[in-house]
Structure formats: C-alpha cells, structure tokens
Ligand binder design. Sequence first.
Ligand code: AMP
Length: 115
Amino acid sequence: MTEKSCLFCRIMAAEISSDKVGESDDALAFRDVDPKAPTHVLVIPKVHVPTLPELAASHPEAALAVLTLARQVAEDDGVGDAYRLVCNNGADAGQSVFHAHVHVLGGRPLAWPPG
Ligand code: AMP
C-alpha cells in the first residue's frame, strides 16, 4: 500500500534517491537530507500510514519493525549507547511528511526539553 504523492513512498520506490542505511521486510532507513545531528536517520514503515501511533494500531508488526530497525541503525552508526528517537505527530508538533517515521538522532549531546 503506497501513495503516489507521498515523498517517503517515492523514496521507497527509488523514484527519489536517498542515502539508504538499512532495511528489513517491513521498514526502511535512510539519512535525513537536512541532518540535525551527526547521526540523523529516518526509519519508515513500508506501508503508508500517516503517523506512527496509527501504524501501531493498524499494523503493529510494522511499528515493531520500525523500532527494531531504529535500534539497529543507532548501533551501526556507533551511537547505540546514547541516541534519541523522535516522532512528530501532527503539523503543530513539527510533522512535515505524513508517512509514519522515527528520527534517529545521535552523535552529539541532546538537550532536554526539546523545542
Ligand atoms: P518530520 O518533519 O518529522 O515530518 O520529518 C520529515 C523529515 O524528512 C525532515 O527532517 C526532512 O529534513 C526530511 N526529508 C525531507 N525530504 C527528504 C528527502 N528527500 N530525503 C531525506 N529526508 C528528507
């Protein structure tokens, strides 16, 4: 299930190039084009669902695959001891691409609370 107009579905279909760093049956990981930290990777489900919480409700195995690949990416990038998973849900929370994704951020000190 993909959406023709969805940026991340198009990346998945290789219609738009990406710097892919990992993949599993249900998830794909690629570097964010505008990195906010030395490690900034996006992990997306292969199924098109707008947000991660909705994905967890409709496709729990895909939500698990996203988190599993996120951990793998952090370890592969050498930040497995300290990294942040960010999931923006809704435009007012900073979501700009409405295909579920988790940001994997690491490689520098990360302040709390986030802005
Ligand atoms: P969000 O704002 O949480 O929806 O995150 C969307 C992310 O997608 C942003 O951090 C963008 O920098 C990133 N992004 C947008 N276009 C691309 C692209 N073509 N390749 C990789 N990352 C992208």
